[in-house]
Write a new protein. Structure first.
Length: 103
């Protein structure tokens, strides 16, 4: 019974934690980093079903998410163009996809 509570509790934590961290990361980067689940809900379900395997994996992957998130918010890593919604790297003055100014 205690084990069930631990599994459910940590899975819910994983869900909310992953939602916060993954919100800033493009989906294709999430897939590259995790190699497993690509959505917060996927992580949570994985934890419930295969806790012994998925939870330690999440703890390992979340460090990379956590490193990635502040880099993205500072303008490093892929950014999403507000005009065409495509991703671009670095800090260009104009979107390489649609040519709109990015200031
Ligand atoms: Zn664009």
């Amino acid at each position: 019974m205690v084990m069930v509570l631990v599994v459910l509790g940590t899975s819910i934590w994983v869900w909310f934690d992953a939602r916060t961290l993954m919100a800033r990361i493009p989906e294709e980067e999430c897939r590259k980093i995790s190699g497993l689940a690509t959505s917060p809900f996927g992580w949570a379900i994985g934890c419930v079903l295969l806790w012994l395997f998925v939870f330690p994996r999440y703890l390992f992957v979340r460090r990379q998410y956590a490193v990635y998130s502040p880099l993205v918010s500072l303008g490093f890593g892929p950014q999403r163009c507000p005009h065409c919604s495509k991703f671009y790297e670095g800090l260009p003055a104009f979107c390489p996809q649609c040519g709109q100014a990015l200031t």
